[in-house]
Design a protein around this ligand. Sequence first.
Ligand code: BGC
Length: 746
Amino acid sequence: MKIRILSLIAGIGLLAGCSANSTHNADPVEEKINSMLSGMTLEEKIGQMQQVNDGFFGDDEATKQAIREGKVGSFLNMVDAKRVAEFQRVALEESKHGIPLLFGRDVIHGFRTIFPIPLGMASSWEPDLAEKAMRIAAVEASSMGINWTFAPMMDVTWDPRWGRIAESCGEDPLLAAEFAAAMVKGFQGDLSDPTAVAACAKHFVGYGMSEAGRDYNTTYIPEPLLRNVHLRPFKAAADAGVLTFMSAFNDLNGVPTSGNEFTLKQILRDEWDYKGMVVSDWGSIPEMINHGFAADTKQAAEIAAKAGVDMEMATTCYAENLKTLVEEGVITETQIDNYVGNILRVKQDMGLFEKPYDNHVSTDTILAPTHLEVSREVARKSMVLLKNKGNTLPISKSIRSLAVIGPLSDAGRDQLGTWIFDGQGEDSTTPKEAFEKILGSRMNYAEGLEYSRDKSTKGFAKAIAAAKRSDAIIFFAGEESILSGEANARGIIDLPGVQTELITELKKTGKPLILVVMAGRPLGIGAEMDMADAVLYAWHPGTMAGPAITDLVFGDYSPSGKLPVTFVKGAGQIPFYYYRKNTGRPATENDVTYIDDIPRNSKQLSLGFKSMHIDYGITPLLPFGFGLSYTEFEYNNLKLSAHEISADGTIFVSADIKNVGNYEAEEIVQLYIRDKVGSITRPIKELKGFKKINLKPGNEKTVNFELKAEDLQFFNGKEYVIEPGDFYIWIGPNSEEGLQDTFVLK
Ligand code: BGC
């Protein structure tokens, strides 16, 4: 028998003090909003629904006039504390209703102090650290007048071809949800504080499933997948009090997400009771014409407004058409009041009516030493050790000589990654600088390649000579920042240019070869991993890449990051994610015949009728959750408080983790389950919890998890259910290994 959970809105838990989700009867804030609305003309209301880019109205005088006339509710990309203060003054003091403005900016992984790309931050599996980092980003951004960021991005994706995977927290809904909530808290902080920056849950929803990883592409996501995976981080952000949402670019199951009543109305407003505001993505309203969903801007405005997009970013379908649509009775003024109410509520929640508009925090905070120190810590914790043959790493600071080579070794701007409007290459400490500081003339530097796509071999000779003069080689491989991020999709996900050729030459020197890879996506680096003795995956680590890398390479800290995304062997294996379904014909390693082993003129019809690739086999290059350390951890004593759990019960699960190596290090302990039989098929593994512990050599800790029956809930196409039956449970170091037991849900 299925046990039905309360309703479709199961799991709604409102945070105390979160007014984006609070009730409004007789609430003074609502009264103020209503009284404001009652004094506004329709044109003024529509003005609030318009967000424009800096310069849209012309020069600053024209901009002020537009503000006075109530033609705009928000600006984006205005980054100058003095100008912002002046425009805010005009809005508050010289416009008819004194309604303040929102100043938005993409502050994605730092403002001037740049932290690792979100995919890197997620590799730390430490949401609290991301909260701390985004608080710093907010402190710096608000000092320039910004009071709204278009972050965090919480699109779950399985596709490393998609350039925006860099901005995501990877493939898992739980990990993405925890990071989404933490980042929201970091940006927004205490809303009454001048450093609060409204966050934006984007892109609602399903954008990470763009077909073939080609940006802006079509998405088809069945409702169970939508609810069980893609909506979860958004729900977590809403519960964490995120003040705004952004509708996306993608066509979801035939309905563009910026005109999608199912997601924007039914789910966001009706089921989740979300009271914040929704902004469109840049131009996503008129793009419904290209999608073939609207005939013209008027129909696009109608569709977006009916679906519940409160504010239009950058384009002017609303400004040009909403008045007529109201006059024609297609949209009611009550609907408009609702949308404008949502916008005014955010401005209220941010305290913008009361906060002194020129009270920006001192810009001394920009790149403050404490900020750089946190950036270094996050970068260090975001790097994942993928290989370490014979303890190649760490290397001693007294090494006689070290060759530092590679296109990402001294690329101050590229180490920052995508979406860094305000980050500057000059602020960066590069690996070359950091190694030189420690080794001085014992560093043999040769760039080898000028940039990642460089196809010239003219630098090879110098690089090889530097390698030959050295005791070990460290090669900084990867992708420049422009190769990931928005619109930067790649069909081939290997190292670009002739990096592999240079690595092959360096390997021939016979010197220990360490690869540090800086990239915006998990690259197909199987061949390079085979050649290297050690591989550290650094993502794009941000301003402090250099010192963070020397911290790890010289063993001041042990690497502790784990992959938030599966590494595929090559693009042909995509999609490959750990919570895939089992299929009716699952293969084991023994089932696989590889292409080169198939006899010529084989009479066989098939190689075993199993689900596999005859070239890639059945395993990814590296599984989700994987990451090595300088020490080794032993997992023992998996214990369950009970082997039966009731539909409202809890079981406590624990394992003893022991550091059996020689380094003090952190370990990310992961809890997975598998629901053996369901009313719809269930994934072969699902992450249900994770904990990070620090252990000195020889020390042991018991790591406890609490697993509630409600954690086993899923949407089966009709309803959210918790279904009785058998489950596997694991505590382990990654999604493929671990101690296993079973339990029964009664
Ligand atoms: C992106 C958004 C971003 C917006 C404003 C769009 O192209 O998809 O993520 O926030 O631009 O810059």
